[in-house]
Design a protein around this ligand. Sequence first.
Ligand code: NAP
Length: 312
Amino acid sequence: MSAIILDGTKIAHEIRGEAAAEARTMAAAGVRPGLAVVLVGHNPASEIYVRGKVKACEEVGVYSEKLTPPESVSTVELLAVIEDLNRRDDIDGILVQLPLPPQVDSKKVLLAVDPAKDVDGFHPMNVGFLSTQRPGLVPCTPAGVIEILKRSNIPIAGREAVVVGRSDIVGKPAAMLLLNANATVTVCHSKTHDLPVVCRRADILVAAIGRAGMITRDYVKPGAAVIDVGMNTVTDAVEFQRFFAGNAKREETFDKKGSTLIGDVHPEVAEVAGAITPVPGGVGPLTIAMLMFNTVKAAKMRRGSREAVLSH
Ligand code: NAP
């Protein structure tokens, strides 16, 4: 048996289309949702992510503004930038690209973002809204995980869900969203005993670990839906062979670029699972799509749209 491949690129495209339609409706009423992205210094990976976010804004019809304080910025200076964005009416979403330089108190900066503009959903107030099922802004990657399941007609209510990883940005909110959707949820981490046994209970297995191909077929109940959040780069030829031997397309990419992307789930799992997200092209594209969704939602919520509140 071979798993159904859950096409994240297609689902993300749908969501971006829906956000664009909402943005057009708002524009007709004289409102253009706006996103400010704060990018400190010159981290090459962060610059790529921010470029992708700004491009998505252009496509969806969201106004975007990139602020680029220098690498040497202090906590106080960054707080002043955030305060200014909090006050501006044309800015609905504020995204502080992480990581911040070591001299900056990241927690203090994230706490300063107005929760109504916190499109990353990291502010403790939004974390509280999520856990108490009140309308708020939900972290983009976990929200994307749920969208993949829902839009692929994979039932959640009453099923066993196991989330491997308990980070504040992925594992915990993913677990909370699954619980809110009435799954029976187990959260695993590096201290969990007999991880393969626990994972094999899952009808829905979410891997958010950050370890290349760690989830092998032994961790997966036949027929389970496996959502792979992991994004790891393989550069070692031996490791590459362990995961992708005989995969001509991957070999071509690896030979050309000297690296390839792999999730936390071993490719062999596709032989056991009922459905699986690929890497790349699975959860990854959903993250930016949900950022667009959140920006439009923040714009509506800030203007008191009842519909936005109810569609949470
Ligand atoms: P993180 O903060 O490093 O958290 C990793 C979690 O995995 C921790 O809870 C850790 O447990 C757990 N873990 C580590 N080794 C383990 C092991 N051997 N057995 C069981 N659990 C283990 O990572 P993250 O930010 O959540 O990201 C997870 C992955 O998702 C990364 O590959 C990241 O690149 C990817 N990611 C992708 C997107 C996207 O857009 N697709 C977005 C965000 C993140 P402890 O808590 O006990 O240390």
